[in-house]
Design a protein around this ligand. Structure first.
Ligand SMILES: C[S@@+](CC[C@H](N)C(=O)[O-])C[C@H]1O[C@@H](n2cnc3c(N)ncnc32)[C@H](O)[C@@H]1O
Length: 314
């Protein structure tokens, strides 16, 4: 079974959705503000003959038509990082500030960790955690190449994360960029569709619920938690939010993203979810010519008030 068949009832234009899922994904880099501004990266590309196309909805993202993000000196010198367009969205929603304490619960290989550190002007503390030691070595390598110094690395199962090794016991913000069935990455890795099973979806949903619950518990009252996946499956998205809303002290807030999105769904295969999951964002590939993604923003310590007083940088 092709899992994309399951989502035909959710999308506005089935043919456009299926056609976009069949196209290969553009190669994209993010300017690393810790080392160089987007303007400086643009100049460096011009000086060194790297072909690029700026992404119109976010300053500092560049599509590279030659498809080789690492084959130029701005990359080697840590001015850029290969990062898919939709992958920058959770950090925009998280909106971390310089000096804060931020937990990246499932962090490796560190695309979002390093973007968070950049958004914090490399000040404060990012705790980059992952349960996979091998993937953490890639994260360390990326942080070093990009010149990030505010990040410490932990290797724990995020579901039982202990703050004991840290000098503090709660965070201002937390990101759960969860392990998932990765359906939305089919444009760069079509194998995910062949390997897909419903059993895996249910198994990973259990992990997602545990990690998101721990992130809410580890974040101070009034703090922000962002939940993201690169999959379309409501079992791994809205159902996870619904579970955590029912069991932890938190609420979903409305927020803006600078590209076309669809709201979270409140019904799926006989299940219904809390009405507030419509505040989450679904990103379908045909809407912005990107990968598929899901992103939600939670406020700890009470119901979301339906608005995001902090705004989201574009
Ligand atoms: C989608 S990837 C994270 C990508 C990363 N945020 C980035 O932007 O580069 C999910 C990660 O979750 C990790 N993971 C899976 N189960 C975990 C658990 N129980 N606790 C912590 N990390 C886990 C995987 O090793 C994987 O690196």
């Amino acid at each position: 079974m092709n899992p994309l068949d399951r989502y035909e009832s959710l999308v506005d234009d089935v043919d456009a959705f299926r056609a976009a899922c069949d196209r290969s994904l553009p190669s994209v880099v993010r300017a690393n503000g810790v080392a160089a501004s987007p303007d400086r990266v643009r100049e460096a590309f011009d000086e060194s003959g790297v072909a690029y196309e700026p992404v119109d909805w976010h300053d500092g993202l560049f599509r590279l038509p030659d498809g080789n993000p690492g084959g130029n000196w701005p990359y080697v010198h840590g001015w850029t990082h290969g990062q898919e367009e939709v992958s920058v969205l959770p950090t925009l929603a998280l909106d971390p500030r310089p000096g804060e304490r931020v937990w990246d619960a499932c962090a490796a290989p560190g695309s979002k960790t390093t973007q968070i550190a950049d958004a914090m002007d490399d000040e404060g503390t990012v705790v980059a955690n992952d349960n996979n030691l091998g993937r953490l070595s890639a994260l360390r390598h990326n942080a070093e190449r990009l010149g990030i110094t505010n990040t410490i690395v932990t290797n724990q199962d995020a579901r039982n994360f202990s703050t004991k090794p840290l000098a503090f016991d709660e965070f201002d913000r937390a990101l759960v960029d969860a392990p998932c069935s990765c359906e939305g990455t089919c444009r760069k890795n079509p194998d995910v569709l062949d390997q897909w099973t419903l059993d895996h979806v249910h198994a990973v949903a259990g992990i997602q619920k545990g990690v998101l619950a721990r992130a809410v518990q580890a974040t101070r009252p009034g703090g922000t938690v962002v939940y993201s996946t690169c999959t379309f499956a409501p079992e791994e998205n809205e159902a996870v939010l619904d579970h955590v809303l029912a069991n932890e002290d938190c609420g979903l807030v409305a927020f803006d993203l600078p590209l076309d999105t669809d709201p979270g769904v409140t019904e799926w295969e006989g299940e219904t979810y809390d009405e507030s999951v419509t505040r989450a964002k679904r990103i379908y590939p045909h809407r912005n010519d990107t990968g598929g993604f899901f992103c939600a923003k939670l406020r700890v310590g009470g119901e979301g008030d339906g608005s995001d007083g902090e705004g989201v940088a574009a």
